[in-house]
Design a protein around this ligand. Structure first.
Ligand code: MF3
Ligand code: CO
Ligand code: CO
Length: 251
């Protein structure tokens, strides 16, 4: 069942979303060569705590850290570590989720470290654009499948594909709720959007046609591309309205 949020819940989601957006803005200048992803984790944890909020990933199904940091061929759920030092030419997705007054705000961006290969820079900028194409497809009365359709249509021009085993998700008082939002066209998402639905759009974009992924047997979390290729992701939490989508993870 997809929850329709009340006016009060929507207001709390706006506040949680704004805090998540502030957190990403805060961390951005620290995302540079030489820094460990553990340090980014600690700064985010402190920022969140100081504002009376909770880092949702920490202990979520046993996840060990407060944010996800996914470098290069890591698709999602990368675990921050003191041993993972960002270096020139890397890309890293920083995915933050805060709980403020019982409601979640979930957003991520992929950052470039120093000078990044042109092909990879293009992947990153097109991934962000793909997310906005998906957001632009949202409106009460339309099908949820329009989101994946718009993303797929845009990315196919470049020969890119999106990961299928992970997707966007409903969000509210729970971190992950229905619906499961696909980033490619599928009749599975033939669901009518209604004003008051809230979900994330968070395409994980592969540079080629191979969208298969593998989960680490060692840590049980880190998801990488099966072929070792680079992957980029952006994420916003959005509210369905009668005129379109309101992005909640903005300031
Ligand atoms: N923030 C991720 C998402 O966009 C979920 C992370 S779950 C965790 O859905 F346990 F890895 F933190
Ligand atoms: Co999410
Ligand atoms: Co997220």
């Amino acid at each position: 069942m997809i929850k329709i949020k009340t006016r009060e819940e929507i207001e709390k989601m706006r506040q949680a979303g704004a805090l998540a957006a502030q957190l990403l803005n805060y961390i951005e200048p620290f995302v540079i060569a030489g820094v460990s992803t553990q340090h980014l984790n600690d700064l985010c944890e402190e920022f969140t705590r100081q504002r009376g909020a909770i880092s949702a990933p920490f202990n979520y199904h046993g996840f060990p850290k407060s944010i996800c940091t996914s470098i290069n061929n890591v698709v999602c759920h990368g675990i921050p570590s003191a041993d993972d030092i960002l270096k020139n030419g890397d890309i890293v997705n920083v995915d933050v989720t805060v709980i403020l007054n019982g409601y979640h705000g979930d957003t991520s961006r992929t950052f470039l470290i120093g000078e990044v290969d042109e092909k990879i820079k293009n992947l990153v900028s097109r991934t962000e654009k793909a997310m906005y194409r998906g957001i632009a497809a949202v409106k009460a009365g339309k099908y949820l499948s329009e989101v994946g359709k718009a993303i797929e249509k845009y990315l196919s021009k470049f020969g890119y594909s999106t990961v299928r085993s992970y997707g966007g998700h409903g969000i509210g008082s729970e971190f992950h709720e229905e619906p499961f939002v696909l980033h490619h066209f599928s009749p599975e998402n033939k669901i009518r959007l209604e004003a008051g639905m809230i979900f994330t759009i968070e395409p994980m974009v592969c540079i080629g046609q191979n969208y298969e992924v593998v989960t680490s047997a060692t840590d049980g979390w880190t998801v990488t591309t099966a072929d070792g290729s680079i992957n980029a992701q952006f994420e916003h939490t959005i509210l369905v309205t009668s005129t379109g989508a309101e992005i909640l993870t903005v300031i």
